[in-house]
Design a protein around this ligand. Sequence first.
Ligand code: PMP
Length: 359
Amino acid sequence: MNKYIPERVNALSEYNPDLTPVKIKLDANENPRNKMSSMRDEIVCELSKLQLNRYPDPNSTELLNAFCDAYDIISTDYVVAGNGSDELISIIVSTFSEYGDSILVTSPDFSMYEFYSEFTGRNVIEYKKNEIYDIDFDELEKSVKDNNVKIVFISNPCNPTGKAYSFEALKKFVLECGALVIVDEAYMEFADSETYSFLRNASAFENVIVLKTLSKAFGLAALRLGFAVADKDLIKALKKTKSPYNVNSLSQAIGVIALKHSDEVFSEAKAIARETLRLSDSLKDIVGDELKIFETSANFIMAECKSAEKAGIIAQILKNESINIRLLNKKYLRITCGTSSENNELLCVFERIFKNEKN
Ligand code: PMP
């Protein structure tokens, strides 16, 4: 072992997603459509104007303006851009907490909150959601206070459960908990944002940061574009601590184009949400009591199998048909909504599996 590598780094595993090429990819909550086909001319035109010998705009000015227009945010003073929201999660942990401070994550939730917290020597407090993945916000508040928690992370809607928490419940928690609350709205375009979203109110609270990404509804995961929206002082702090050229010029330019098409993106997201519902209803019809399909407000569905072995077998049968879904811890599967024809192919395989099962 190389003595220059700290033990806490040796203890980590590399992030190794399954990169085997498959016909139908339903494992990463991406948008199934490639935006390159609809925006090619605009993208080529903008990219050809770039000066690649020059550093990117460190403030992502045009990108932030386009983001504010798309999401009705009154000023770019309330927003910072990141190299994906992953980068923003990491910067938030290091900016707003110290070594040894407590950071609360709910379980299950997006794994990167815990990863960046643990890796940087923060003390991770885990709050377990109940059997229907609800959060008792009074209990959560108590846990925050008892453990002197500095930062709370919550994805809304939640990855991997698909469950959404109301703005009103979150607002009460934010007002009373005394910690910085990070509300990650990566999937909010697929949900009823009137009921659930904190975005429009984020800048009015001194202890909320809302995270957004162009990796999901906008279908631009390859670009790595994330945003944090919050009160001016929090954003100013993040603008000081981020690396100066964190968002490259190509991503900034393509992000501006995409955000100008936000109306189309938002209506496509609603169509994806409807298709997710169709997929969920069809799955329920096929699997009966064999799997538990959870209600979702996102572009994916979580299913609970009777055993971890059963979950593994289903994922493997799908893989043999060149369909990738995500096998989660223990006995859970997470299935991203694909195009309707991709979903139909998936449903055919489920029909075969569960017809055999019933016979
Ligand atoms: N937040 C949540 C809840 C996610 O599920 C993901 C990606 N799976 C991210 C953030 C990361 O998004 P990005 O691609 O912007 O880093």
